[in-house]
Every structure is written in structure tokens, then in C-alpha cells.
Ligand binder design. Structure first.
Ligand code: NAG
Ligand code: NAG
Length: 452
């Protein structure tokens, strides 16, 4: 009896923090959308608890323009990640044939490697579903804009996972009933636009100063070699009965990704998850966040400023919709749906001042940053989406109040930094971003200066 109780306690103890679902909130950019919206696990089309203050009441305000920036859905690991995992797996298979029995390592050696190099970052079946479900929810949230008479302008990054995301989103709209009007002609357009969706590749100053610069991610490198990571690496090396120093932080990260890919792609609890407890997961999340922070967000000014073109383009179309509405013309771009990357959204959010912590994320302030705002898994999971919604409010008390904007991130209202409100008059928003609108110009910002 006592023995059975002990066994039960042991089982409970070991199961407590090692299941994928317990680690899921630390998967960073490899998080599934359901982690921030658990109600979608039961019903992917559910709109969940009502969002207070959204949308504005249709009796007074009519949505006239939507700009949606969407990160692609759940994807497979990249070729590089798959090759690293293959190396780690082979190491465990080899160990089993030459070393003494080791439960954790032998069980992983027996795991069937199901990733193939050609999966290389492509959209997974789950990712298609992420997109079609998102499309159906957005159409349900803003039905007026997604009517068949409105023109839909699609744009995408040239990466297959984004092109496939756009197609799956389109399919979701079709399922939601958005199909050709009576005259049979679909009012939609599609373009590949890397200048907007992959602006970072086109910004020389970013490529040279950050992407190609071996010291730009110094804080991440120092953390990777620091005490917190060291202790995770050492613990897992011991668990797998491998010689000291055989594993490095990179391989541990790949094992952690494999846990995340099991959950996001297949909705299974991968055996790789059992290597980690939540404290390990927090450390690995921080390592991932350091990378995003220094490469895509506040770490270097050029990261966010490289998104100036996209920022300007958003306001150009808002301006256009306002002026068309003022002169009672049809809105030429009522719905713009654009598919890109976490790397598209993060710099833009940073440019606009969101998720900025008072202290930068650094190698030596891990503990202090436990409550940070900048957690990439909350901001840019797969299928994350940033919406700019413009309303025309005919009966407003003053001309300034006639055009209003709401911004939603992942289907939740963002609070405007200048007012603390979740709705802003368009003129107050433009006024808040006046300096950026006047001075943030891609060509100047991204030009390499001739010095040095
Ligand atoms: C960045 O590095 C890549 C590969 O090493 C190279 O092809 C490219 O020219 C570099 N770009 C800049 C702007 O330095
Ligand atoms: C590389 O990054 C470091 C650290 O941010 C910076 O001081 C240096 O100027 C950068 N080098 C180039 C070529 O931009």
C-alpha cells in the first residue's frame, strides 16, 4: 500500500511539470495561438468572451477600413533545426548501442524522427486551420466589412508559408460565406510584396548593423553561455547520461523546440518535453526573447525603424479611406489582408511603442525581467494578427470625432499609449505619431552612412 502510494506520488511528481501543455506558455515565437486563447481549443470558431468596447456600436459608428497584418500559421521546423535535431537524435541512438542503460536517453533514442528536411519551415496542416479559423472569426467580428460587395486586397511575403497562409485564409472566408456576388466576379486582388512584408531584408542599415553583425546580439550570446543556461544544459546532459560538454545550448534549444512542435503541429505531448521543467522552460523562453528583443525590437533603433515603410503605408491607406469617406466616394481599399512574419509584426509594434519595458532585456537581469511585458509568445504566436480598424461615426459631436480607430492585437484591443483608451479619434492618433509620420522614411532610415 505504502509502496503504491509512493509510486503514485512519484508519477504525479514527474508528470507535474513535464507535459507539453505545462510548458506551452514559454514557447516564445513557437507558441500556438490557443495558448493565449484557450477557448479556441474546444471550438476554433468561437469568439470567446466578449471584448469590452469592441466593436463600436454599429448604430453610431460604421467600420469602413480594415488593415490586417497576419503572421503565418503553425509551421514546421526549418531545415537547419531539423538537421540539428537529427544530430542530437543520432547521438542518443549511438549512446544506446555503446553505453549503459539510461531511461531518458533510451526512450528518446526509440523516438521516431518524423521531420524531414524538405518540410523546411513550411506551413503545417494546423497552420492552414489556424488561418481559415482566423478568417471566419474576423468575418464574424466585423461582418459589414467582409461582405461580398467589398474588395479584398491580399498581399503576402514571398515565403511559401505566407503564401499558403493567405490561401488558407481566403478559403476560410469562402467557408464563412464570402464568395462571388451575383455577377460572378470576385472583387479581390493579390500581390507578393516583400518590400512591405519583409522590409528587414531590404534595409541595408539593418542587415549590416544587426543581421550581419556578430556583436549585435551580444546579450543573447552572453546569456546562452551564462549560469542560468549552463545549469539547464548540465542538468539535461546528466539526464541523458551523456559526457559533460557533449551538449550545447543550441542542441538543448532544439530539443525544446521539438517539444513545442509536437504540441503545435500534432497536438501531442512529445517525449522531448519530459526533459524540461517549467524553470528550464522559463530560461529557454528568455533566451528566445533576448533574440527577438535585440534583433527585432527595442534592442537597436534600426530594428523598429526598418518598418517605417509599412507604418507609412498603413496611415496612407487610413488617410485615403478618410478622404474617400468625406467626399462620399466608395472606399477603394475597405479590407487589406497582409501575410508576413513575427519579424514583420515585432518591429512595427516596437516602432509604435508597445510592450516596452523600462529596463532593456539583458544577459544579467533574467530574474528582474520575470514580469516583463516583452514576451514574444504573448505578442507574436503563430497566426498572430495586428488589426487597424477605421470607423466612420456620422453623428459625432465634432468633425475630429467622426473618424475613429481601434487597434487589436490577436483579437484583443490594444490600449493607445497617448490616451490609455481603446478607441482614438483618427486625428489624435495621427497627432500622437506626428514625428514618425513626418520623419520616418525608409530610404533615409535604412541608408548606410558613408562614415567608417
Ligand atoms: C550580409 O552577409 C551576407 C552573407 O554573409 C552577404 O551576402 C551580404 O552581402 C551582407 N550584407 C551586407 C549589407 O553587409
Ligand atoms: C555592430 O554592433 C555593435 C553593437 O551594437 C555596434 O557597436 C557596431 O557599430 C555594429 N557594427 C556595424 C558595422 O554596424
Amino acid at each position: 500500500m505504502a509502496c503504491r502510494l509512493l509510486l503514485l506520488l512519484l508519477l504525479l511528481g514527474s508528470a507535474a511539470a513535464q507535459r507539453a501543455s505545462d510548458l506551452a506558455s514559454y514557447f516564445g515565437t513557437k507558441s500556438r495561438y490557443e495558448t493565449i486563447h484557450p477557448h479556441l481549443l474546444a471550438d476554433p470558431f468561437s469568439l470567446g468572451p466578449p471584448e469590452r468596447g469592441f466593436p463600436l456600436p454599429t448604430a453610431t459608428c460604421e467600420p469602413i477600413h480594415l488593415r490586417a497584418l497576419v503572421r503565418h500559421g503553425t509551421r514546421f521546423p526549418t531545415r537547419k533545426q531539423i538537421e540539428k535535431l537529427d544530430r542530437l537524435h543520432k547521438e542518443l541512438v549511438h549512446r544506446r548501442s555503446v553505453g549503459p542503460a539510461c531511461r531518458a536517453a533510451d526512450s528518446l533514442a526509440g523516438w521516431k524522427m518524423w521531420f524531414r528536411p524538405e518540410m523546411d519551415g513550411r506551413l503545417a496542416g494546423r497552420g492552414r486551420r489556424d488561418m481559415s479559423a482566423l478568417a471566419r472569426r474576423l468575418a464574424a467580428r466585423i461582418p459589414g466589412l467582409f461582405s461580398a460587395r467589398n474588395h479584398l486586397a491580399f498581399a503576402s511575403s514571398s515565403k511559401p508559408r505566407c503564401l499558403d497562409s493567405a490561401a488558407a485564409f481566403r478559403e476560410g472566408l469562402r467557408q464563412a460565406g464570402h464568395s462571388a456576388p451575383a455577377d460572378g466576379r470576385l472583387k479581390e486582388s493579390f500581390e507578393v510584396n516583400d518590400k512591405l512584408m519583409r522590409f528587414f531584408d531590404h534595409c541595408e542599415k539593418f542587415v549590416k548593423g544587426v543581421e550581419n553583425n556578430s556583436t549585435a546580439l551580444r546579450e543573447m550570446d552572453v546569456f546562452r553561455d551564462g549560469p542560468e543556461m549552463r545549469s539547464v544544459v548540465d542538468k539535461i546532459t546528466r539526464t541523458l547520461c551523456l559526457p559533460a560538454k557533449r551538449l550545447d545550448a543550441d542542441l538543448i534549444q532544439v530539443a525544446f523546440f521539438t517539444c513545442s512542435f509536437g504540441l503545435t503541429i500534432k497536438n501531442i505531448n512529445s517525449p522531448w518535453c519530459a526533459l524540461f521543467n517549467t524553470d528550464d522552460a522559463k530560461v529557454l523562453e528568455y533566451l528566445n526573447d533576448l533574440k527577438q528583443y535585440w534583433k527585432r525590437a527595442y534592442g537597436h533603433d534600426i530594428n523598429s525603424r526598418s518598418s517605417c515603410n509599412l507604418f507609412q503605408d498603413i496611415f496612407k491607406h487610413l488617410d485615403q479611406a478618410v478622404s474617400e469617406s468625406k467626399s462620399s466616394r466608395a472606399i477603394s481599399s475597405p479590407v487589406m489582408l497582409q501575410f508576413g512574419h513575427a519579424e514583420t509584426l515585432l518591429p512595427l509594434l516596437a516602432l509604435m511603442g508597445y510592450f516596452r519595458d523600462t529596463e532593456p532585456l539583458k544577459a544579467d537581469n533574467y530574474a528582474k525581467q520575470a514580469g516583463r511585458q516583452f514576451r514574444s509568445g504573448r505578442i507574436v504566436p503563430y497566426a498572430s494578427n495586428l488589426l487597424f480598424l477605421l470607423y466612420h461615426c456620422e453623428k459625432a459631436s465634432s468633425p475630429e470625432e467622426k473618424y475613429k480607430v481601434q487597434i487589436l492585437l490577436n483579437e484583443r484591443l490594444l490600449v493607445f499609449p497617448h490616451s490609455g483608451e481603446t478607441v482614438a479619434s483618427y486625428s489624435s492618433l495621427k497627432n500622437h505619431y506626428k514625428a514618425l509620420l513626418e520623419n520616418c522614411h525608409f530610404n533615409e532610415v535604412c541608408a548606410l552612412t558613408k562614415t567608417g
